[in-house]
Design a protein. Sequence first.
Length: 502
Amino acid sequence: MPVMHPAELWQTSGRWDLMGDEMFRLEDRKGTDLALGMTHEEVVATLATELESYRELPQMWYQFQTKLRDEPRPKAGLMRTREFTMKDSYSFDLGPDGLDVSFAAHRDAYARIFERLGIPAIQAEASNGTMGGSDSIEFVCPSPTGEDLIVHCPECGYAANLEKATSRLAPVADSAERAALPASPEPFATPGVRTIEDLAEQYQAPADRQVKTLVYFLDGTLTLVLMRGDHALNEQKLVDATGAVAIRPAQPEEIREALGALPGSLGAAGVTGHPVIADEALRGRRGMYTGANVDDTHLRGVDVERDIAVARWADLREVAAGEACVNCGHGLEVERGIEVGHIFKLGYKFTDTIGISVSGPDGKPVRPIMGSYGIGVERAMATVVEAHYDDKGIVWPAAIAPFDVVVVIAQQDDSAVAEAGEKAYQALRAAGVDAIVDDRPVRAGVKFSDAELVGIPFRVTVGKRGLASGTAELTDRAAGSTAQIPLDELTDRVREAVAKAS
């Protein structure tokens, strides 16, 4: 599919502005806007306008193609680059049940792919982000070098990206505060208080009884975002909950102009001129503390639902390690990982905006439903290396190694050894083994080190001592084991070892 896309495709889908600075944009000599493709949903959906009948569904299309993203910080070798190769798939089904089948088929196929690649990928629930749609699953390889944070439960297997993860909150008893709740929030002086910790320490207001007020601009609208004092906001959850395209924290001067106070004394009680979105952990809470929108002043006795005009409730909280699993209650763990694949239920986002329809069984037009599925090819290679290496170098899994075996001729200047090594190499090749011979005129130790560094799974060493006894050495790179093999059995034994490892 094309690398360069006309802007109108992206404008039609609504993602021309949504993609922001990561999209490479250019103009041709006529001033027409173009983009370098960072993904291909728009192109695929445009091609799918040629579909005419439900009898043509389901369809699954795939490609290997170059993608380009103007990453602000390209880094980590092949992990995060501006130009990379993706294996994409796109599915079209007649309805949600069909999409479920296509999604499950890709999920199972990807699990098999990563197993064969030797990548211990966790399947984690994830945010759909700019892709739109409903569900998505991220395949993540645990690694300390990863950029993703994955929340997972070692007991029941629940896993989710930090941007999507939820946990089970311990119940908070508000009964005493409810009984003593004043008719309206009471202001009290809090000179010098600027943080949640200040208020907790100086005025006996525990963080879980505070309402933290954050101020953001969402698509240009100043919005109050409310969190429990001991909870952190996850910005992607805020984006997902509101559908905002442009999001940024308000600056202190903007906050003072809107609310009359600086950060540290902010609150939403009595605020009516700005939309308020609150985290679900605040629903039903009473006897709370929050800022009064007057510098150095706070309120006590706040009933969140009585005193604050919450326009929307949403899960905005970032999960922390040790919190209870939403499924089984076991303590959650947070681990770094590398995203190697992602599959999405796109739903009708692109079929609606691009205008795809087919004739249904009753002759009436029907919108197909889409899925999108991707694996980063170079990123997967780099992830394999992160998962399979030692102090000597790479240890490639046999299924994807550049060669199955390297034949090392230990004494290249000895004609008998060189001839035996070449004969072993040719016999392996003739037997269908993907072999390479190291016949360089260098010391055997150099050849061994290079074979280990490159990570070829098996090494056959032909040397004077072995040749004298009619044997060669077979070394398993991953296991670190070496065995003496009779030369007349060498080809069969290597072929068996390769087949078992693959």
